[in-house]
Design a protein around this ligand. Structure first.
Ligand code: HH2
Length: 275
C-alpha cells in the first residue's frame, strides 16, 4: 500500500512520522514558539533532521476554544514558510480548512492538504481534486470554539467510522483516488477522554476504510488528563500514545516530538519484524 502525495509516493509498510509546525501565536502545545517564519522554517528543518517523513504546516490554531483567523492572516503566516521549505526533501502538508488557501498552496507546490473539516466547505473538494496532492479527511464533532463543551456519541467508533466512510466516498466521487486519501478520527476534536480512549483502542476498525489511517494524539489534553502534565511536558505520554496508535493500525502519526517518536517506533518495528 502507498500514498500518492504530490511529488512523492510514500510506502506505508512502516508507520510514517508527520512532524507538526504551527506558525501561530496561540497553538496549545507550542503557541508562539514558531510564529515567526524564519523560526518556523528552522523548526521544520530540525524535524526533518530528527527523522520526520513528512511535515504539516498550520497557520490556524484549532485548539478547543480557539478563535478563527482570517484568510489574509492565515495566508501571511503559512505561504512564506512553504516557500522557504520548497525542495526540502520531504512532502509538505498544509493544515487548513480554507479552499482558497488550499488552491494557493497547491499552486505553490504543497504535496498534501490536511483539513480538520474533511473537505466539507463548499468548493473544498474542487480545490484539491484536480492536483495530485494527498488529502487528509478528519472527523470533528462541532466547531473548535465549542467542540469540547459536551461531546456526545452512542457508539463513538461506529459514528466516526461512518462519517469518514461518507467523506471518503465524497472525495472519490469528486475524482480523488483512494491512494491519495488519508482518514483521521480526530482525537480531541469534540471528544471526551472516554471517546478518545475508545477510538485509540478501536483504531484498527479504520483500516476497513481502505485508505491510509492517521492519528494525532501528540501533547493533547487527553494526555494531560491522564498524567496531570502541561502540554510541553507531555512528550513521554505522547510517545506512548503514538506507539499504541502504530500498534493499533495507524499508517501515519502526527507528532511534535519527532526524535523521541522515531526512536520508540524503531524499537517497535524491530520487534514486529521478528514476531
Ligand atoms: N490536530 C491538531 C491540528 N490538526 N490534523 C489532523 N489531521 N489530525 C489531528 O489530530 C490534528 C490536526 C491540533 O494540534 P496542533 O496543530 O498541535 O494544535 P493547534 O490546533 O492548537 O495549532
Amino acid at each position: 500500500m502507498f500514498l500518492q502525495c504530490g511529488k512523492f509516493k510514500l510506502a506505508l509498510e512502516r508507520p510514517l512520522i508527520m512532524g507538526v509546525v504551527n506558525v501561530t501565536p496561540d497553538s496549545f502545545s507550542d503557541g508562539g514558539l514558531f510564529a515567526d517564519r524564519t523560526r518556523a522554517a528552522d523548526q521544520a528543518r530540525r524535524l526533518i533532521d530528527e527523522g520526520a517523513d513528512l511535515l504539516d504546516i498550520g497557520g490556524e490554531s484549532t485548539r478547543p476554544g480557539a478563535a478563527p483567523v482570517t484568510l489574509d492572516e492565515e495566508r501571511r503566516r503559512v505561504l512564506p514558510v512553504l516557500e522557504r521549505l520548497a525542495g526540502c526533501g520531504v512532502p509538505l502538508s498544509l493544515d487548513t480548512r480554507k479552499p482558497e488557501l488550499m488552491r494557493e498552496a497547491i499552486a505553490a507546490g504543497v504535496d498534501m492538504v490536511n483539513d480538520i473539516t474533511a473537505l466539507s466547505a463548499p468548493a473544498a473538494l474542487d480545490a484539491v481534486a484536480g492536483a495530485p496532492v494527498a488529502v487528509c479527511l478528519m472527523h470533528m464533532q462541532g466547531e473548535p470554539g465549542t467542540m469540547q463543551a459536551s461531546p456526545r456519541y452512542g457508539d463513538v467508533v461506529g459514528e466516526v467510522l461512518g462519517f469518514l466512510a461518507a467523506r471518503v466516498a465524497a472525495a472519490e466521487a469528486a475524482g480523488i483516488a483512494r491512494d491519495r486519501i488519508v482518514a483521521d478520527p480526530g482525537f480531541g476534536f469534540g471528544k471526551a477522554l472516554e471517546h478518545n480512549l475508545a477510538l485509540l483502542r478501536g483504531l484498527g476498525a479504520f483500516r476497513t476504510l481502505g485508505v491510509a489511517v492517521m492519528a494525532g494524539l501528540s501533547r493533547k489534553a487527553m494526555l494531560g488528563a491522564l498524567t496531570g502534565r502541561e502540554p510541553r511536558d507531555r512528550v513521554h505520554a505522547s510517545v506512548a500514545a503514538a506507539l499504541l496508535a502504530a500498534q493499533n493500525g495507524a499508517h501515519i502519526v502526527r507528532v511534535h516530538d519527532v526524535a523521541a517518536t522515531r526512536d520508540a517506533l524503531a524499537v517497535w518495528a524491530a520487534v514486529m519484524r521478528n514476531a
